[in-house]
Every structure is written in C-alpha cells, then in structure tokens.
Write a protein that binds this ligand. Structure first.
Ligand code: FRU
Length: 484
C-alpha cells in the first residue's frame, strides 16, 4: 500500500545507502530513489516550493508520488515530507504531473490521477485531474470531490487516455488550466478549461495543435504572460529533429503568441527550443515575489540509462533555475543573481592570446566560469572541462559555421554525443557563462540567447580546465569561481 508515511519511513531508513559520487551540490535532487518532472513550482509564504514526480522505492520510474522541497534562493534545498502518494481509487497508479496555486492563503495542488485499465499498462490507461489543499504548505488533503475533471470532459475525436499535466493560472478571479493531449492521429495538442469555484470545470477549447512537425503528444504545457505577450511552453513527445534542433527523442519548445481566452485559441508564428542540450525536459515556470518568471526542468531525458541507477540508489535532478526574459520576438534564459552569493575563490585572467591548448591552471568539479572570446582568425575555439586522462567535455565554437557545440563523447561513463546550435558572434565576441556541478554542465551562451544542458559522469580526478584555439583567437577575459 502506497502512503506518504510509508514513503517517508522508507526514505529515512535507506538514506545511508546513497552513493554520493555524482550527487550535485546546488541542484535539487531527491533524497533517495527516482525523480522526474518539476511539479507545483510556486513562491508561497516567503519560500520557493518545488514538488516533483517521485518514486522513492527504487531509482527507476514507478507509481508516482510527489516529492517536496523548499528553498530561499533556489540554490540550496530542504526536503519536506512526501506531499502526495497514489492512495485513492482515482489515482491508484500514480499522481502524475501538475501545478500549484495559492488561494485565501492556502496552497493548492492540481495533478493528474493515472489509472491502468487493462493488461497492457503502456496502452490501457485513463487519466483525470484532481486537487489537494494544504493549510501549512506541508500536509495536503485530497478533495472529496475528486476527480474534478474526468475523461468524459475530453472533446470528441481526441485521445481518450492522454489527458494530463494541469498547469493552473488565474485571470480576473477566474481559474484556468491547460492540459496536454493528442488527437490520436499523431498530433499533440493543448486543452483549456475554466472554473469559478475549483469544483466545476468547463472546456473553453482546444487552444493549439501540432502542425504535424511538433510531436505526437504534448506533455506539461505552461501558459503565462510576459511583457504583454502570451507564452506557451510544452514538451512534445517524439518530435522529429529540425536541423540542429530537437535532436533528443522528446523535446521542449516555446511559442510567443496571443491567447484568446474567451474564444479558446492561442495563435503563434514561430516556435523555438527552450534548451539546446541533451538533458532538459518537462520545464515548469512560476512567478516570484520580485516579479521574475523562473523556469526549471528535469535535467534528464526519457528512455536512456542513467549511470546512477546502478548501485547509487538515486536518479534524476532538476536544472538550475533560469529567469525567462522577453527580448523582442525571442526569450532569453538567464542564471539568477542568487548564484553569485555562492562564489568563492575568485580567479581571473585576461587578454590571453590562444593558439593550441592552454591549461588554465585552475580546476574543479563545482564552479562557475565567465569567459569572453574574441574570435579573430580562429577556425574553432572553446573550453575543455573536467579534463583528466582520456576524459574531457568540450564546449566549442566554429566560426565558419556560426555554431556552438557541446560534446560529451569523452566525458566519462554514461551517454556520449554532441549537440549543436547556431549562435552569432557580437562584434566578434562570444560570451559564455558555464555552471559545472559534479555531474552536470549548463552553458548560457551570449547572455542566454541559447542554453545547453547536459549530464556528464567523469572520474573524480578529471578536474582540469583548458582553453583552446585552432588558428588563433584571444580570450578577452576568463573568470572562475568555485561554488560552495
Ligand atoms: C513527463 C511525464 C508527464 C507525466 C509524468 C509521469 O515527463 O510523462 O506527462 O505526468 O511524466 O511521471
């Protein structure tokens, strides 16, 4: 029997087994077992709350619970008791993804109940939407009126089973929720429902559907206002690659457009990836007390083997939080200023001319770099991180192609591969902010125009940092801080 109490006891009894080798220091992870999507991200009563898809019993996906952690700065997290367990008839096979909102000082969660309805659990299932509420932000009670939206409220002609990941928002005292689904014919889509009282929900409409290139099912939609525009984010499944973009099996994308909340439509012209690396899925945003729109995602991807699943007793982490900034017709994703408070041991070098490989004479496995290159005549230039023996993780720029690359073919155990993305130099300059945390690399390129995220699993001794150029370029500045 899955209960919150059983989960908490299991975690407390087993925590000593954890292998710390690849555990991160300024990223959110579960205490034990498996984690996937961020859920219920909210700034509530002076703290950031993050919930997450959680199976505490093994480092593999299983009947989903909601883990729960809080933070003052989104850098250091404190774990709280498990918030939801699949303990009701309507959610017995999993409390799937969802979101949080505050009403009259109480913290509400809306989530998907998952029900397996036949022998083939990958195909025979139904999904419904439920609400849980808490007075103290820790202990949640599921409403007796659950489910509040059932599969009978899915419009005709759409999938009867994929109907999940409610993201709630409020406008003018009315609650709205977006849900991911598909038409059963290979097109992901998003449904919008509305409620005045949280108990009764009615369909507003299907607000967006894949044009045929955007995957066969849409998960984890998120719809919010930013700078007078409406932004839709989601995670399309099995989206085919488009050039350098959408190279992962499942992707994430955003559209800036216009929501017609009465008519039930979202119009957009373009869509763009949210992150161009390897490991970034199911992003969710919130707005905080400073008015910042912040996004975090699961720093993994489905259907791969995660090295810590074997013998480490944990799997899965969240990305760093990123501030979402509207810049004309695009979004920028920037590290939060809170990161600077953890900078230690500053190291600075400037005006170096680079030709060949240069050891930067600093090292580490948990640090931030801020580097500005002047491309000059170099065909290719960049950084090599976590260097040791045969190992290295390479971040590089090729001028003729105007492309940045993240290569992890020699990053240690785990998956290799390369991701690429087009980025223009600015007055010949390339500016990078790189965050390395034990088993992760996140690189913010040209002030957050592009971000690339990847997990790496190098040996503990692979700590070197090098810069290199084929041809010659200069490093206008190189700054490093350890993060503690
Ligand atoms: C996305 C997702 C969601 C679902 C959850 C289940 O990663 O597939 O659509 O609610 O994970 O754990």
């Amino acid at each position: 029997m899955y209960t919150r109490e059983n989960a908490d006891k299991f975690i407390a009894d087993r925590k000593y087994l954890l292998n710390e080798e690849y555990r991160l220091t300024f990223h959110l992870m579960s205490e034990f077992g498996w984690m996937n999507d961020p859920n219920g991200f909210i700034y509530y009563n002076g703290e950031y709350h993050m919930f997450y898809q959680y199976y505490p019993y093994q480092p593999v996906w299983g009947p989903m619970h909601w883990g729960h952690a809080v933070s003052h700065d989104l850098m250091k997290w404190k774990q709280l008791p498990v918030a939801l367990a699949p303990d009701q008839a309507y959610d017995r096979d999993g409390c799937f993804s969802g979101s949080a909102f505050e009403r009259d000082g109480k913290l509400y969660l809306m989530y998907t109940g998952h029900l397996v309805t036949g022998p083939d659990k990958d195909n025979d299932y139904r999904q419904n939407q439920n609400i849980a509420v808490s007075e103290d932000g820790i202990r949640f009670e599921k409403l007796t009126s659950n489910p509040v939206i059932g599969p009978e409220q899915i419009p005709a002609g759409l999938s009867r089973k994929d109907f999940r990941d409610p993201k709630v928002f409020e406008r003018d005292g009315v609650y709205y929720v977006v849900l991911g689904s598909n038409d059963g014919q290979g097109h992901g889509l998003i449904l919008l429902y509305r409620s005045h009282d949280l108990a009764n929900w009615s369909l507003v409409g299907e607000i967006a559907r894949s044009d045929g290139k955007l995957g066969d099912n849409w998960e984890c939609p998120d719809l919010f206002e930013l700078g007078g525009r409406d932004v839709l984010m989601m995670s399309p499944q099995r989206m085919p690659a488009q050039g350098d973009d959408y190279q992962n099996l499942h992707s994430t994308t955003y559209m800036i457009g216009r929501l017609d909340i009465e008519g039930g439509s979202f119009r957009y012209d373009r869509y763009e990836p949210i992150d161009c690396g390897f490991d970034f899925y199911a992003p969710q945003t919130t707005i905080d007390d400073k008015g910042r729109r912040i996004v975090m995602a699961w720093m993994e991807t489905w259907e791969t083997e995660i090295p810590t699943q074997l013998g480490h007793y944990w799997a899965g982490a969240m990305t760093m939080p990123r501030e979402v900034v509207l810049d004309g017709e695009s979004l920028l994703f920037k590290p939060l200023e809170e990161t600077s408070a953890y900078r230690h041991n500053a190291f600075e070098a400037g005006n170096l001319s680079l030709s060949g490989v240069k050891d930067m004479e600093v090292s580490g496995d948990c640090y931030e770099l801020e580097v500005v290159f002047q491309a000059e005549q170099a065909e290719e230039f960049g950084l090599k991180l976590r260097v040791g023996g045969e190992e290295e993780t390479v971040l590089s720029y090729r001028q003729a192609e105007g492309r940045f690359r993240f290569n992890r073919d020699r990053s240690g155990i785990g998956l290799g591969g390369e991701r690429r993305t087009k980025v223009a130099l600015k007055d010949g300059l390339l500016t990078l902010r790189v965050f390395v945390d034990k088993s992760s690399v996140e690189v913010f390129i040209q002030g957050g125009e592009k971000v690339m995220t990847g997990r790496i699993y190098p040996g503990a001794g692979s700590l070197g940092i090098q810069a290199y150029a084929e041809g010659s370029c200069s490093m206008v500045s190189f700054k490093k801080w350890d993060i503690k």
